[in-house]
Design a protein around this ligand. Sequence first.
Ligand code: CU
Length: 254
Amino acid sequence: MHRTFTLASLAIAGLAVSPFVGVGAAVAADGDTMANLQPVALNGVNASGSAMVQVNGTRIDVTMAASGLLPDNPHAAHIHFGDDARHECPTAGEDADGSGTINTTEGGPAYGPVMVSLTTTGDTSPDSGVAVDRFETAPGGELTYERGSITVAPEIAAAITAGEAAVVVHGVDHNGSGMYDGETKSDLDPSLPTEATDPAICGILSAAPAGGADTGLGGTASSNDGGLIALGGGLVLVAAGTGAVAARKARASA
Ligand SMILES: [Cu+2]
């Protein structure tokens, strides 16, 4: 909140002197950010991926790719942030109840609450955090996601560009059954097993490498695959990218 207040004050002060100063203050919060998504401790996940979030004012454009997730099941995905959080991904030490796994709530001190729900359609607010019918399902374990023009609160846009927000993809398979099941209920929605909402992979968004905006990761669907692969720089992502092309073509022709 303090940051928001400061930015607003700068913008107002700038406008009083010159409109161009005001514009400069607003642009300073824009930027391209990336997160390297890695397995959350204790949750038995062998997945990884990458997320890109482009910030323009209070608009964000989001692209994600990941491999190795539980196939063909909805994977809730969010941008998390909390003023009081550590702006990190959870470690084994977050297992507050000693269950041997990390649920979403236990990760809170590290990454904060849900701020943006990365749904495929409709609402993107925290209200849609467990809207399991509107998240990607990771066909064959490969998740691809792309959504532009998501409007976020100014403090969330600022947190993303400041390197304080986390991308978290949920949905694990503790018992190896190939589906979301088990006795333990979700801490987010008791109608779901905890496997459906426990955090799988996580990464902190931080400023993309210089030139990130020139690699094709724009807001359009047709030009993004090459950029994501190049930025990710990982063999896993190359494999995921191949799937992404097929998935996107399938969607485009649907
Ligand atoms: Cu989340």
